[in-house]
Design a protein around this ligand. Structure first.
Ligand SMILES: Cc1ncc(COP(=O)(O)O)c(C=O)c1O
Length: 391
């Protein structure tokens, strides 16, 4: 049975051209920090890759620190900026964030609250799950800008695909003299990134969400931002020590090249996604699209997210899996148990609706056959899942 892979937001398979670039780069000899010719040659590959990644982020190469992925980038941003702020002023210990963030952010922030004396201020979100500039402005006024170590927001929500107005959010923060970290992991490749232009202090991305290797990511760090390091050692990069992964960086750049210009790629994805949304709501009229309206620029072009009333998303997921279709409920799985989406709950959905979630995420390589198989299998899977009911 041919399988349909419709879970690119979890991880996206590595295209042949990226595998080729990666395996060729694995043969590069030398540590890029070494002064001999081998080291210098390897450094040329690394810096070429850094330039390519910086271009995709709208940042300068000097602002790009390679990391082991989105989780590490986010941890450096949150903990590093908290430590930097509180070292100068113990009262500057507030981290502002909405409850719709990825667990990498939520858990790092809650750890900082429990162990590092951080205070968390939960920013309100709209029904689409995004923070507005007005809400941020009101929050900064309430708390006092002098107390804020960092504001952290998702550019695009990894579950429901809603895109925040980060330009507006950064403008508000800049007026108040407050630093902003953007989690752009879900947005990379699908939304044009303008790190310098937006005026953010930090931005996290990850290679495996766009067909690069797992374990490779980057953190953009503005010239004026000085996060304390999590890892100490050879100080190879700003904010991070450790020998740099040349092959991983080369493969990250190759994955960006494979996607091509973001606007054209996003247009291609959006066409497929819109056809998919129309077909799902026709096949199962009970399906409710969650997140921002796909008609505007406010939604990830590769994301379709629905709730199905009267059933559990994980029943749907298992039933579709038996038909060869890989999708996601969107939310995290903790120790083998699916959590009800904290994102949908924060958006104001009642638990019995939030529990019936299903996320379908596509790439430029998703075929019509894969989407056909999903749409054909969905009505029967829904019928069975509804009969199984809500446990
Ligand atoms: C929005 C978002 N942030 C952060 C992460 C973590 O990235 P990584 O898997 O590279 O650690 C993910 C991955 O699921 C994500 O979707």
């Amino acid at each position: 049975m041919p399988r349909s892979y419709l879970d690119h937001a979890a991880t996206s398979p590595m295209p042949a051209s990226v595998r080729e670039a990666y395996s060729e780069a694995l043969a590069i000899v030398g540590n890029p920090a070494s002064v001999h010719a081998h080291g210098q040659d390897s450094g040329v590959y690394l810096e070429d890759a850094r330039r390519r990644v910086a271009e995709a982020l709208g940042a300068e190469p000097v602002e790009v620190t390679f990391t082991s992925g989105g989780t590490e980038s986010i941890n450096i941003a949150l903990k590093g900026m908290l430590w930097h702020a509180t070292a100068g002023n113990p009262d500057r210990n507030v981290i502002m964030l909405p409850r719709t963030e990825h667990h990498a952010t939520l858990d790092a922030a809650m750890w900082a609250e429990a162990r590092q004396g951080a205070e968390l201020f939960w920013l309100p979100v709209t029904a689409e799950g995004v923070v507005t500039p007005e809400a941020l402005e009101a929050a900064i006024t309430e708390v006092g800008a002098h107390r804020v170590a960092l504001v952290t927001v998702l550019l695009a929500n990894n579950e429901v695909g809603s895109i925040a107005d980060v330009r507006g959010l950064c403008a508000v923060a800049k007026r108040a003299g407050v630093s902003v970290h953007i989690d752009a992991v879900a947005a990379l490749g699908q939304v044009p990134l303008h790190f310098d232009d937006w005026g953010a202090q930090l931005m996290s991305v990850s290679a495996h969400k766009i067909g690069g290797p797992v374990g490779v990511g980057a953190l953009a760090i503005a010239r004026d931002a000085k996060p304390e390091a999590l890892l100490h050692g050879g100080s190879q990069q700003r904010g991070r020590s450790g020998t740099q992964d040349v092959a991983g960086a080369v493969a990250f750049a190759a994955a960006l090249d494979y996607l091509g210009p973001v606007e054209a790629y996003a247009e291609r994805l959006a066409e497929k996604r819109d056809r998919l949304i129309a077909r799902v709501t026709e096949a199962v009229p009970e399906a409710v699209l969650r997140g921002s309206n796909p008609a505007g620029p406010g939604r990830l072009p590769g994301n379709a997210h629905f709730t199905f009333s009267g059933c559990q998303g994980d029943s749907l997921l298992f039933l579709l899996d038996t038909q060869g279709i890989s999708v996601s409920v969107g939310s995290a799985c903790q120790a083998g148990v699916q959590e009800t989406s904290h994102v949908l709950l924060a958006m104001g959905l009642p638990e019995h609706e939030a529990i019936g979630s299903l996320r379908i995420t596509i790439s430029g390589d998703t075929t019509d056959e894969e989407l056909d198989a999903f749409v054909q299998a969905l009505p029967a899977a829904y019928e069975h899942a509804r009969n199984a009911g809500l446990v």
